[in-house]
Design a protein around this ligand. Sequence first.
Ligand SMILES: Cc1ncc(COP(=O)(O)O)c(C=O)c1O
Length: 388
Amino acid sequence: MQSRFDKIIDRRNSGCYKYDALSMIYGKSDLIPLWVADMDFAVSDAILDALSERLEHPVFGYNFRLNDFSEAIVSWEQRRFNWNIHKDWIISVPGLVPALSLFVLAFTEPGEGVLIQTPVYRPFYDAVIDHNRKLITSALINNNGVYSIDWDDFENKLKQAKLFILCSPHNPVGRVWTEEELCKIGSLCAKYKVIVFSDEIHADIVYPGYKHIPFASLADFSNFCLTGVSPSKSFNIAGLATAVVIISNSVIRDKFMVMNTKLHLYLGNSFGIKALIAAYNDSENWLEELLCYLNGNREYISNFVQNELPGVLLSPIEGTFLAWLDFRNWGLPEPKLQEMIIKKAGLALEPGSEFGDKDEGFMRLNFGCPRSILELALSKIKLLAEDL
Ligand SMILES: Cc1ncc(COP(=O)(O)O)c(C=O)c1O
């Protein structure tokens, strides 16, 4: 049966980074772009309707969020994650990447340590390095593609850190942290008095058998945790620049808010505000359909890699629409692997080095696209394998 997500939408020349920046980043524009983490799907009708309705009002001045904005977030966290938050805990930001910088700026001085778990989304590194703070990394253990925390190392690194940025679910390795893991992280951070930013942008995209648990909903972790939440990944509205940070501890919240106000980042985007409300209040069925479709893509990749690409290892995808592929058996340094993927296969994937990976042989593939595109892309990787 056809799904609405099977539809191929031409995004070229719409001013989108994923397609229109291909030449700039990859040196070629005729590639299948499976890199930047947005999806090639149309948004829900509810979001489109809300945006059209907003367009009917012809003034686009500075925004003030009415109660419906925070109520939509409170209700979403309650319904989807059984997490009871108060509307006063919500602070608006233009995105979670800027929120990472705000976090680092608000709670550290230059030279102080911030811990991240690697490999991880590049802006986690940037938020620390760009502000001259000390980057502390704890590498996840990779056991045949299955990633876990090196607890001894994590604890040792926490001793030198003031802050920790958690990626939950984790981009790029696809882990959805278990309650046990989150509790252990939390009790160690409490022990060493480390403040946590839990980036939960991928929270809505979790597959059967796995459960996202907001870090701040456990034990007393909300006392020292800021949680980044956004509909931008799950409802495909990243271009509308709208996210929030949820902070229950009023001292931490005030400090974060001062930095947000100083940088004038709180006013928001007229369309993003409307889209967030329509996403959380009226697009839940659309999201369920999306999750089924993405799960189909996920199963397709898993089967394909297992049966058709024997030299390639895929990490189990517990959450996100991102597949983390290990090509190290091909024995190629990353630049060579990347060149083959671009020039011979005609694909744009995100190389492992973008996530700080030193092993040179990993690629991240974004499968938030119609199945037919995914099939074509994987068949091109298979041809590469046959040509080795
Ligand atoms: C873990 C993580 N955080 C943040 C972002 C981007 O956040 P924003 O667009 O809200 O700045 C991404 C996008 O891929 C991500 O994977």
